[in-house]
Write a protein that binds this ligand. Structure first.
Ligand code: GLC
Length: 492
């Protein structure tokens, strides 16, 4: 059997403790899968004020007292606590680095939950986090073979282990996964000195006159991945949405690849899901009927099982296609349909959504929140799931939709292009309605196609039943990561 590796998975969001995007789900499901492969994997994340110690069974680790890190002139105390992730098969240890001023005191992850403004000191918060992660390993006397970092919030770590922490981590290798190339953690250049890294390294972080965490991750990680093969191609070419950082990523082409995320087979399982009204007992129609009428009831829409119900769970910003939905609304709502939209984000877009909901009160319900429980009910209750994304690195909700007997409507971009097979283009394998252009006409046509499909009950059931059988577990992707870890460990 291959040697078990010590792997530390570093993430700013870990389900079920804190979730704002799919990265939280990956930080739960992927470590559990690595455990299946026999690795000694542990997870580390900040402890935000919104995480309840009692509910999450978090305890102090008494050995880890009196730890401090420098963030600029601030000598910041690090508190380290612990809890676990569970699957029926395994348990994975989770460490929480915490500090009252940076994390404990706040309810949001990156934004103030009321005003939705980004915290002014996000650079400091995640400089603190990066250093606290390494101090935790040292105090635990557990030096990982692999540190797997995710997105800009942990992108400082590869530079730190080569500078300042190199004696302890000289054998450790770093994989850096990009879940969203648009959000790069770009701050005023003056923030760089708070990292304590020598000023001559600034070049490896500076992009367009900003201190860019993501660029640092790309510069120093031993290997870089992103979360689907198509997104990997797209970000190399996309100057616009990468703000020009794609050119820099090209310099690491030999150490860069796209690997599709998987999903956890127990958390998103309609036969076991305790968060939905009615579990799946082998009858698709009954499962959908019960959950759909429940969703209509709780969202305050008329209970009308005979018309198609669409769900959408975006971060309300331009990435997930909320703008396209808004621009298409008057056309879409000429049809006898309903939409439930759950999400949180930009104030202007939320105001536009509210205006549309007031205009079509029996057709559209918008709920502004991150609500994991409700998101399960939406997946179980709607007939179609809308993902009209401008770009989509992976798009886990596509996979959740198929598992929950819901037909996704997706734009052919990123991970959605890899998973989505249009039902008209391929009668045998089609699993979704796919449209090409980010344009009102294309999107509304896709909705009209859905309305027609809904009328053809037996075809719709056929599409759904085939989709439900697809295997979206991590096994294949974990094999690829396992190989990457082993390859970089051989390099000097
Ligand atoms: C980000 C991406 C999403 C992806 C998730 C997990 O939230 O926007 O497409 O599924 O990360 O990788």
């Amino acid at each position: 059997m291959a040697k078990s590796l010590k792997i530390l998975f570093v993430s700013s969001e870990v389900y079920p403790f804190a979730k704002e995007s799919g990265i939280a789900d990956v930080s739960h499901s992927f470590p559990l899968s690595l455990k299946d492969f026999g690795h000694d994997v542990r997870v580390i994340s900040p402890k935000y004020g919104s995480i309840s110690e009692r509910k999450s069974k978090i305890h102090n680790i008494s050995r880890l007292r009196d730890v401090h890190v420098n963030v600029g002139d601030n000598l910041a105390p690090v508190n380290i606590k612990s809890s676990s992730l569970y699957s029926p098969r395994h348990k994975v240890q989770v460490y929480f680095t915490t500090n009252y001023d940076y994390f404990e005191e706040r309810l949001g992850i990156y934004h103030d939950p009321v005003t939705w403004e980004e915290y002014h000191d996000n650079a400091e918060r995640f400089i603190f986090f990066g250093k606290a992660v390494l101090e935790t390993c040292i105090r635990l006397k557990w030096i990982p073979d692999i540190i797997h970092c995710n997105d800009w919030q942990s992108a400082l770590i590869p530079a730190l282990i080569k500078n300042g922490y190199s004696s302890k981590f000289n054998k450790t290798k770093v994989v850096f996964t990009i879940h969203n190339f648009y959000r790069q953690g770009a701050f005023d250049l003056s923030e760089f000195k708070k990292t304590g890294l020598p000023n001559e390294l600034l070049d490896n972080f500076e992009h367009r006159s900003k201190f860019n965490f993501m660029k640092g991750g790309i510069s120093y990680a031993h290997y870089i991945t992103t979360v689907s093969p198509t997104y990997a191609k797209e970000i190399l070419d996309d100057y616009h949405y990468s703000n020009g950082l794609n050119e820099y990523l090209k310099t690491r082409l030999d150490n860069f690849t796209g690997i599709m995320n998987g999903i956890e087979p127990y958390t998103w399982n309609p036969k076991r899901d305790k968060l939905i009204h009615s579990r799946f007992m082998d009858d698709v129609e009954e499962f959908k009927y019960n959950n759909k009428t429940q969703l209509q009831k709780i969202s305050g829409l008329p209970i009308r099982p005979e018309i198609p119900l669409f769900g959408m769970i975006p971060r309300i910003g331009y990435q997930k296609g909320t703008g396209l939905f808004i621009d298409s609304a008057d056309k879409i709502f000429k049809e006898d349909i309903q939409v439930v939209l759950l999400g949180q984000g930009d104030t202007d877009l939320k105001n536009s959504l509210l205006r549309i909901a007031r205009k079509y009160p029996k057709k559209l319900k918008v709920i502004f929140a991150f609500d994991d429980n409700l998101s399960h009910q939406i997946e179980a209750g709607c007939d179609f799931f809308l993902m009209p994304s401008l770009y989509e690195p992976c798009g886990l909700n596509f996979m959740y939709s198929l598992k929950y007997a819901t037909v996704p409507i997706v734009r052919a971009t990123g991970g959605l292009k890899d998973s989505g097979i249009d039902i008209d283009a391929d009668n045998d394998n089609g699993n979704s309605i796919v449209f090409e252009n980010y344009a009102v006409e294309d999107f509304t046509n896709a909705i009209f196609r859905a309305v027609n499909l809904f009328k053809k009950k037996s075809l719709m059931t056929h599409v759904i039943e085939k989709g439900m059988q697809h295997d979206y577990t991590w096994t294949e992707s974990t094999k690829q990561y396992d190989q990457i870890y082993r390859n970089i460990m051989k390099e000097l």
